[in-house]
Structures are given as structure tokens and as C-alpha cells.
Design a protein around this ligand. Structure first.
Ligand SMILES: C[S@@+](CC[C@H](N)C(=O)[O-])C[C@H]1O[C@@H](n2cnc3c(N)ncnc32)[C@H](O)[C@@H]1O
Ligand code: SF4
Length: 377
């Protein structure tokens, strides 16, 4: 099984923390749609006849396209691939786009999952982030989507944001759990270079949140999520039983995926590919038959390190049998040694042959994962 990702590289406004590839000029929307269709045809053999288990429209802001335009792309996928009957088909949507008219039309499409960027319910945070909606609008958008029958909804939240106190974060959590949604992605704010936030940080206009505060926020998130019946299945992801994001899980479980559109990444076990992060160059190359992507062949060690990085992030952990069978005794012994070290410090445990981060280990997951990396001499 495998997945298809469409990167929709447009936003109506730039959020001050975000470094994802996008343009605020929407002029090329129609041209881009036709290029996405063309790229899909060009790469129809990439997944080697595998059935499609998930389709994900991410961005940028996929909800800049009308439901009819989104369905047009889904129909194009149907032309070239076999989509499983129960495939997860997700649209990332900004709250301000989820109007009654939009939702009425969206319900007629094959989209069966929504991922909505809430970020915070506090207006002062949203203003600092340069979001286009208020906290109340975001809350109402989720309620509205539910009233149209969308019953698999994920929300994105960010913590560790300047000005977001522990009490304010508690209020965000209270509201998010009131909404009776199925999935939460909660990210610690990252200061990506070339964002307004990192510029403001450098100038001293904003200050990084104290580590103790963001750790308290993360711990609260984990305990509240558990209390409300969510499974913490990946460092930043929580879901109701059986509703883990299949799209993200395909990244973490090393399944093949095809990424279409500017900046989209693809993976076929042996190599990683990425499309150029430039809308005009991408469209020109697609239209004229030019180069629009680069790739990297993965060495044996790259594949091992990818497996470490992706598996340790999840509650299923790193399967020692997979390491033994696919990577051999050397890597197996290496993993056992590393696991023993982190069992001593109570950062991992072994369960049915799987190395899994403990609650303590999750807080230092980056350190644990990088220590597991195999470095070639
Ligand atoms: C690619 S964005 C697309 C979502 C959609 N356009 C929206 O804003 O609602 C996916 C999510 O990544 C998260 N994100 C983006 N930049 C981030 C950053 N610098 N730090 C933490 N989270 C970030 C936000 O929560 C955002 O909703
Ligand atoms: S967070 Fe979403 S809306 Fe904001 S700039 Fe990034 S992709 Fe666009």
C-alpha cells in the first residue's frame, strides 16, 4: 500500500512562523492545477502498481481550491491508480475557508478527512502569528464541518509560542477536547530561518519560551490527551483508536509515497526525490518537459538511519526482527547495544522485540534517535 501527496503551494496570507513552500500570488492557481494533472500522468508508474491507501492535499493551503477542483485531482488519480475503497483522503483546510457553501460542496467530493490549522484559540497569539482567523472562528469552523457530516477531523496546534503561558495552553487544550475531534497534531514552535519569527527573534523583538514552560505544556498535552481517550502514537500526534493519520504513518512506516507539486517529496525505498520549490520553474519544466526534481540514492546505512528515525518516533517503535532480517547482524547488535544503554537510563523499553521510547524518553527523543544513527567511517 502507498500514498499520494499533493502540495498546493498557495496561501492567502503568510503566517509568521511558517517556512513551508508557498506563494501568496494566487494568479497561477489554474495553471498549477493543470501542471499537477500533467505530473500525475508523467509519474503514473512511480508506485509500481501498488494500491493507494491515502491521498493527502497539503500545503500551503489546499482549501484555496474549490471542492470541484480538488475532486478533479482525485478523479485524475483514479484514472491512473487503483484507490482502495476505504482510502483516507485528507484535505488540509484553513478555518476561514470552511464556510457553509464550501462545506456543502466539499461533502459531495471524496474527501473523508479534514486537517484544520487552529494553532491557538487566543486571538493575541493568532495576531502574533499573522493568522487570518480568530479563535472563535476556528472553533466554529470545526463545529460547522461536523454539522456537515465530517467525522474524521484533525486539528493542528502550536505550543512553546511567545506569550502562550501554561494557563493559556490549558485553555487551548480544554477547548480542543470539547470539540470531540478524532486527531490532534501538536507541534512545538520551530524558528525556521527566513520566517518573520526568526527575524524578530534575532532582533530581540520576541523571546524564545523558557524550556521548562514548553516541557510543562508538552506534558500537559500528553496527560490531557490520554485523559480524553486519545492514543499518543507519534511524538506530535494523538488519535482516537484506529484513526491514526494513514498518510503520516506511511512516512513513519517506510511505505512508498508519491509527492506531486512544487517542493513535494517522494520515496520509493531506494531513493528520495524532491521537486523544486519554485512555482514558476516547476510549471515551466512540467509544461516544456524539463527537469523539475532532484534525487538521492539511499545507501544501506541511509536506509537504516531512516528506519531508526521514522520508527522510534512512533508507539510501535523499532522492530528488532526487521533490523536483523533487512539490515543484518551488525546493525542488529548495534541496535541492541544502543537499546541496552537507553534501557538503563529508562528512556526506552523493549516490548515484543520492539524498542519503544518511554514517556521519559519522548522528551529527549531527538537525542535518543541521533544516538541510534549509524555513522559510516
Ligand atoms: C503546512 S501547514 C498547513 C496547514 C494550513 N495551511 C493551515 O495553516 O491551517 C501544517 C501545520 O504545520 C504547523 N507548522 C508550520 N510551521 C511551523 C513551525 N515553524 N513550528 C511549529 N509548527 C509549524 C502548523 O501547525 C500548521 O498548521
Ligand atoms: S501555516 Fe498554513 S496558512 Fe500559514 S503560511 Fe503556513 S501553510 Fe500557509
Amino acid at each position: 500500500m502507498s500514498g499520494i501527496y499533493f502540495h498546493i503551494p498557495f496561501c492567502k496570507q503568510l503566517c509568521h512562523y511558517c517556512a513551508f513552500h508557498k506563494s501568496i500570488s494566487l494568479q497561477a492557481k489554474e495553471r498549477m492545477l493543470s501542471c499537477l494533472k500533467t505530473e500525475l500522468g508523467l509519474r503514473k508508474d512511480y508506485l509500481k502498481g501498488k494500491n493507494i491507501d491515502s491521498i493527502y492535499f497539503g500545503g500551503g493551503t489546499p482549501s484555496v481550491y474549490s471542492p470541484e477542483e480538488i475532486q478533479f485531482l482525485i478523479s485524475e488519480v483514479e484514472q491512473h491508480f487503483t484507490i482502495n475503497e476505504k482510502a483516507e483522503i485528507t484535505l488540509e483546510a484553513n478555518p476561514d475557508d470552511l464556510t457553509d457553501i464550501y462545506l456543502t460542496e466539499l461533502k459531495k467530493t471524496s474527501i473523508n478527512r479534514l486537517s484544520v490549522g487552529i494553532q491557538s484559540f487566543h486571538d493575541e497569539d493568532l495576531i502574533l502569528m499573522n493568522r487570518r482567523h480568530s479563535g472563535q472562528q476556528a472553533y466554529d469552523a470545526i463545529k460547522r464541518a461536523q454539522s456537515y457530516g465530517f467525522d474524521n477531523i484533525s486539528v493542528d496546534q502550536i505550543y512553546g509560542v511567545p506569550g502562550l503561558t501554561v494557563d493559556k495552553w490549558k485553555e487551548n487544550l480544554k477547548k480542543v477536547f470539547e470539540l470531540n475531534i478524532q486527531h490532534i497534531s501538536s507541534y512545538h514552535l520551530m524558528y525556521d530561518p527566513n520566517t518573520v519569527f526568526s527575524h524578530k527573534l534575532k532582533k530581540g523583538i520576541i523571546k524564545e519560551v523558557d524550556e521548562d514552560i514548553s516541557l510543562t505544556q508538552y506534558k500537559l498535552l500528553i496527560s490531557e490527551a490520554k485523559k480524553h481517550g486519545f492514543t499518543h502514537y507519534e511524538i506530535s500526534s494523538f488519535s482516537k483508536s484506529g484513526l491514526e493519520s494513514r498518510h503520516n504513518s506511511s512516512y513513519w512506516q517506510q511505505k512508498m509515497y508519491l509527492g506531486l507539486g512544487p517542493s513535494a517529496h517522494s520515496y520509493d525505498i531506494n531513493k528520495r526525490e524532491w521537486n523544486i520549490s519554485d512555482n514558476l520553474k516547476y510549471m515551466k519544466a512540467i509544461e516544456e518537459g524539463g527537469e523539475y526534481s532532484e534525487y538521492e540514492e539511499l545507501s544501506f546505512t541511509d536506509r537504516f538511519n531512516d528506519y531508526v528515525l521514522t520508527s522510534l518516533r512512533t508507539m510501535w517503535g523499532l522492530n528488532l526482527d526487521i533490523v536483523k532480517n533487512e539490515f543484518g547482524d551488525l546493525y542488529y547488535k548495534y541496535c541492541k547495544e544502543k537499546a541496552d544503554k537507553f534501557i538503563q537510563s529508562k528512556d526506552v523499553r523493549i516490548e515484543n522485540g520492539h524498542v519503544i521510547l518511554t514517556d521519559k524518553g519522548v522528551f529527549i527523543s531527538n537525542d535518543v534517535m541521533s544516538d541510534f544513527f549509524f555513522l559510516e567511517e
